[in-house]
Design a protein around this ligand. Structure first.
Ligand code: OSB
Ligand code: MG
Length: 368
């Protein structure tokens, strides 16, 4: 393929309710889409991070510069642009996995559309629908939390994840367990809010039979997570600390995680996410697909990934309506606790022009 044009489309979409984590409260999904035009086909992707570097070091304005000044010139210099050629061309730029994933995914979407192949088929999906979990934010009170969890269960979500932080952990988990019972698949996510000094406190969560505790300690400290795992029975799951299949292999070897959260953007794209899955699966370590409050453009390819055989736990792959009154694609709707895996070529969806227009805050060429 030849890269003719890359457009950046900044969007701001209001959330139906504020979403609070240990690192902040979100009220709007504020990010950008990439629209890649080649001589063979067009492709779309969504940048996964936010305007501020609070979940990870990458952020919207920084990623735009990295794409414009470092990644797009390398893509444009390739004699034949393919997804396989793009990754090594970008490898000389350190880090910036989320920016790289945005470009790679848009190119992959275009390439697969040119071949008429779906991302699910390309990745090796074995399911045409995937079970949906939901991530429930930190609330002002336990009754408010119980109402929210009840609403999610009534909608059909098959697994609940509670966001936790110091001061909002044992009591909310106990309340949810007491109200909804032992059988509810339940897990927690701390987004790096604790330290090893909290090990005895986190051990109090062991009595609740959680599926996992996600990223309890600081990012990239595999040693500390391994030490914590020795002191608690709840399986440790890593999110922020895993940036590649190689990191995943190290974490598993160190017993720093017994479950893996795969976010394709965090590991640099879908082919690397597949390799993370392969490494974990070879070790018998369960994986599941994380989320970043994606619009339909980011949600669709995650559903394809979540259909791989090693994804044995429900992901944060919830319906469009979990976050948005109106999505910028045809919405993903929960059916019997599951979401359909897109089967059309590429990522299987594209922005609806009218909805995209209304949510667009800025649109221009990054490369021509
Ligand atoms: O840690 O998984 C996380 C949202 C934004 C940033 C980080 C995380 C999350 C979530 C929500 O937990 C996942 C989703 O529903 O998309
Ligand atoms: Mg997480």
């Amino acid at each position: 393929m030849r890269l003719d044009r890359v457009e950046i489309v900044h969007v701001a979409i209001p959330l139906v309710t504020p979403f609070r984590t240990s690192f902040g409260t979100m009220t709007t999904k504020d990010t950008f889409l990439l629209h890649v035009v080649t001589d063979a086909a067009e492709g779309w992707s969504e940048f996964a991070a936010d305007p501020e570097p609070r979940y990870c070091s990458e952020f919207v304005a920084g990623a735009e510069i990295v794409l414009r000044d470092f990644l797009l010139p390398r893509a444009a210099a390739l004699p034949h642009l393919t997804t396989a050629a793009l990754a090594p061309a970008m490898a000389g730029i350190k880090g910036h996995e989320l920016a790289k994933a945005a470009l790679e995914t848009a190119v992959l979407d275009a390439e697969l559309r040119a071949y008429g192949m779906s991302l699910a088929t390309y990745l090796g999906a074995v399911r045409d629908r995937v079970p949906a979990g939901v991530s429930v934010g930190i609330k002002d009170s336990v009754p408010e939390l119980l109402d929210d969890v009840e609403r999610c269960l009534a909608e059909g979500y098959v697994r609940i994840k509670l966001k936790i932080e110091p001061g909002w952990d044992v009591e909310p988990v106990r309340a949810v367990r007491e109200r909804f019972g032992e059988a509810l698949p339940l897990q927690v996510d701390a987004n790096t809010a604790y330290s090893l000094a909290d090990a005895e406190h986190l051990r109090r969560l062991d009595e609740f039979g959680l599926l996992l505790i996600e990223e309890p300690l600081e990012e990239n400290n595999l040693h500390a997570h391994a030490l914590l795992q020795r002191r608690i029975t709840t399986p440790v799951c890593l999110d922020e600390s895993l940036h590649s299949a190689r990191d995943t292999a190290s974490a598993i070897a160190l017993d720093a995680c017994r479950v893996v959260n795969v976010k394709p953007a965090r590991v640099g794209g879908y082919p690397e996410a597949r390799r993370v899955h392969d490494v974990a699966r070879a070790h018998g370590v369960p994986v599941w697909c994380g989320g970043m409050l994606e619009t339909g453009i980011g949600r669709a390819p995650n559903l394809a990934l979540a259909a791989l055989p090693g994804f044995t736990l429900p992901g944060d792959t919830s319906a469009s309506a979990r976050y948005f009154a109106e999505d910028i694609t045809v919405p993903f709707v929960l059916q019997d606790g599951h979401l359909p895996v897109p089967s059309a070529p590429g990522i299987g969806v594209a922005p609806l022009p009218e909805a995209l227009r209304r949510f667009t805050t800025d649109r221009r060429d990054l490369h021509r």
